[in-house]
Design a protein around this ligand. Structure first.
Ligand SMILES: [Zn+2]
Length: 139
């Protein structure tokens, strides 16, 4: 799997969204990868080319609304959705899982022992963010 599918130390989760192309075409049924921790999201890399082609054709034809699912078929979309299944964060509504904090602490120790100050501070900021997000949960 490419680096693009990881965020906050875990694999991102695929969800169906409607998005606008750069040319202003509304495209429905687009599998987007979402990070349940920081809410960063982008198009599933496997479908980037399909999306660009569909958007381009729609723009050329003057079509304002299109469906990626209709354009490329169920099978391909389902394959992408299955490759990035819902994880514990989605099921439980927790933004940060203990294993994410564990691996972050490991990396902080590593940065410290390497004397990499910039990385160390960056990781520390992430840890602060993780901590504030995990406290958001209501008791
Ligand atoms: Zn993230």
């Amino acid at each position: 799997m490419s680096k693009d599918t990881l965020c906050c130390g875990l694999t991102m989760v695929a969800v169906m969204r409607s998005v606008y192309s750069e040319g202003g075409v509304l495209i429905h049924d687009v599998p987007m990868l979402v990070c349940p921790t920081c809410h960063h999201h982008h198009l599933a890399p496997e479908l980037e080319l399909d999306f660009i082609m569909l958007a381009h054709h729609a723009e050329t034809d003057g079509v304002k609304i299109a469906s990626l699912l209709e354009a490329i078929g169920d099978e391909k979309v389902t394959r992408v959705l299955n490759a990035y299944p819902e994880d514990e964060r989605y099921r439980t509504g927790r933004r940060v899982l203990p294993e994410q904090v564990d691996s972050l602490l490991d990396m902080i120790n590593m940065a410290k022992s390497l004397g990499d100050d910039a990385w160390y501070r960056e990781l520390l900021d992430t840890l602060k963010q993780f901590t504030s997000w995990s406290q958001v949960r209501t008791r």
